[in-house]
Design a protein around this ligand. Structure first.
Ligand code: ADP
Ligand code: GLC
Length: 507
């Protein structure tokens, strides 16, 4: 059995699972945010533990040519017949992607929208993703052990499996795990969507998909999933409260026995300052010296001075969707004080026009110290992580957040608000539970953020202390291995729960 030779140490000794994963984006094929990083890395981590993963996702225009469809499905949606090709691509041992090829739905600019406007047929586009994933799974000779759906775009999968496919004896035993990456995105559509997606009208109810007289994909998923996970333990607790429950705290509280927080890992093959081909110099925890060369390259890229004196000034970075969730409103409020700090800034992001305009204006007003790039640029994100000294994430809420972990890995010290995954992954310098890896503030206020930045800058001058913080961050284990094992644990619990439910009905 040559394939088994590639198993990671600590691989699961129980029989391997076959996991059918459904998601709307995955690195390296299509990305708008952290969901793509997670869905791009988790299958590989599961495969290294010995499991088999098939990921079903759309073949968007930006995926390009990946192969030819050898099988086709026909879906009846939106009053028309949609032909969907299945393009199967072997990515690694035990990991394949099935791309849904349907130009009418996916061959266009932008994943979810373009030029700030959402695609008007997203209900059909992601309804089709869910229908096609279920059809594909049903046609397999051996059904998967478990289905794992991510976010609202895949959240109709549990609904369909427990209703439309409920009578199928093979599918009936297969549990569905739903992962919520961000509860704020709920997949809300007009009531007519029930008809458009060929869903029974009876599901337009409190226990089904109805939410304030709209159809919510995510609510349906929460109601029908066998297990629900979210991407950090703190966020799993936060979403049970009215402040952070986004209106779903009630139904989540009802299902809290099935809810669990599993913190994301990071893909060490993609994010590693020792081997990152996107950096002009490589460095490691043992020798951070070459990081200075990366800093010079970042300053050059943004057209900021990079002479020796400028290199000594702390460089603060943000790579972020420019929306209030990420603390952009706080930054706007504190912009005068922020610009008065003795630092340089590099900013990369896209989002709300007012936040983009603010950063553009700040760059114009402070051409020597502020560089702002409005756009999505993955290679530049790597360069910034490598070259900056501090990374600011003052999020209002943050289900997990990946950039703070990339930052720590790259010796770039994060300044974060204690919320969700930020609270779970960054240890404050004042902490008594272990060596500090960053600066953490509690209150969502401009003054708390500024106090943390002031403290960070005072510490920056203390070189040995700064080096110790960098070292502590760079040597943290953020690998996917533990989180993938936690998902396997959830899968097995869900399988058992489903079997018990079946036994109860005398199946
Ligand atoms: P979220 O998914 O909420 O946006 P995360 O921190 O989980 O936040 O993940 C964001 C991911 O998207 C990171 O990999 C980050 O580097 C990347 N990213 C965000 N904005 C940009 C951008 N403008 N250009 C390149 N990468 C970006
Ligand atoms: C969402 C969240 C982010 C999380 C990412 C991946 O986009 O906003 O906090 O890291 O999903 O799980």
């Amino acid at each position: 059995m040559p394939a088994l030779r590639a198993l990671a140490p600590g691989a699961d000794p129980a029989p391997p699972l076959s996991i059918l994963m459904v998601a709307s984006e995955a690195v390296p094929y299509a990305k708008t945010g952290g969901l793509a990083d997670v869905v791009g890395a988790l299958p590989g981590a599961l495969a290294r533990l010995g499991h088999h993963v098939t990921l079903v996702m759309p073949r968007y225009r930006e995926v390009g040519t990946v192969g030819t469809a050898r099988h086709h499905l026909e879906l009846g949606l939106d009053g028309r017949r949609l032909e969907v090709g299945l393009v199967e691509v072997e990515v690694a041992d035990r990991y394949q992607v099935v791309f849904l090829d349907c130009d009418a739905l996916y061959d266009r600019e932008g994943l979810y929208g373009h030029a700030g406007i959402e695609h008007s047929d997203n209900a059909v586009r992601y309804g089709a993703l869910c229908h096609a994933a279920c059809e594909y799974g049903q046609q397999l000779e051996v059904p998967p052990s478990v289905v794992h759906a991510h976010d609202w775009q895949a959240a109709l999968v549990p609904v369909l499996l427990r209703t439309r496919y409920a009578a199928d004896p093979a599918w009936r035993r297969v549990p569905v795990v739903l992962t919520i990456h961000n509860l704020a995105y709920q997949g809300l559509f007009p009531p007519d969507t029930m008809r458009v997606l060929d869903l029974p009208a009876s599901l337009f109810s409190l226990e089904g998909l109805e939410y304030w007289n709209q159809v919510s994909f995510l609510k349906g998923g929460i109601n029908f999933a066998d297990a629900i996970t979210t991407v950090s333990p703190t966020y799993a607790r936060e979403i049970l409260t009215p402040e952070r429950g986004e209106g779903f705290d009630g139904i989540l509280t009802q299902r809290r026995d099935r809810l669990r927080g599993i913190v994301n890992g990071i893909d060490g093959a993609v994010w590693d300052p020792c081997s990152d081909p996107l950096l002009p110099a490589s460095y490691s925890a043992a020798d951070v010296g070459p990081k200075r060369e990366v800093k010079r390259a970042v300053l050059d890229r943004f057209g900021l001075p990079s002479d020796d004196l400028s290199l000594t000034r702390p460089l603060v970075a943000m790579v972020s969707r420019m929306i209030d969730q990420k603390g952009l409103d706080l930054i706007c409020e504190a912009r005068v004080e922020l610009m008065a700090l003795p630092v340089s800034w590099v900013i990369l992001g896209t989002g709300e026009p007012r936040h983009e305009a603010m950063w553009r204006a700040l760059a114009v007003a402070h051409p020597e110290r502020v560089g702002a790039r409005i756009g999505f640029d993955e290679p530049l994100a790597h360069l910034i992580e490598g070259g900056a000294d501090l990374f600011l994430m003052p999020s209002r809420f943050e289900p997990c957040g990946l950039n703070q972990m990339y930052s720590m890995r790259y010796g770039t010290v994060p300044v974060v608000r204690a919320t969700g995954g930020l609270a779970d992954t960054v240890r404050d310098v004042e902490s008594t539970t272990g060596p500090g890896t960053g600066f953490v503030f509690d209150d969502y206020t401009a003054s708390a953020m500024l106090a943390a930045l002031h403290e960070a800058l005072a510490t920056f001058g203390d070189r040995p202390r700064w080096a110790a913080i960098q070292h502590a961050g760079m040597t943290q284990d953020f690998s996917w291995t533990a989180s993938a094992a936690a998902y396997v644990h959830e899968y097995r619990n869900a399988i058992e729960r489903r079997q018990r439910a079946g036994a109860g009905r005398g199946e």
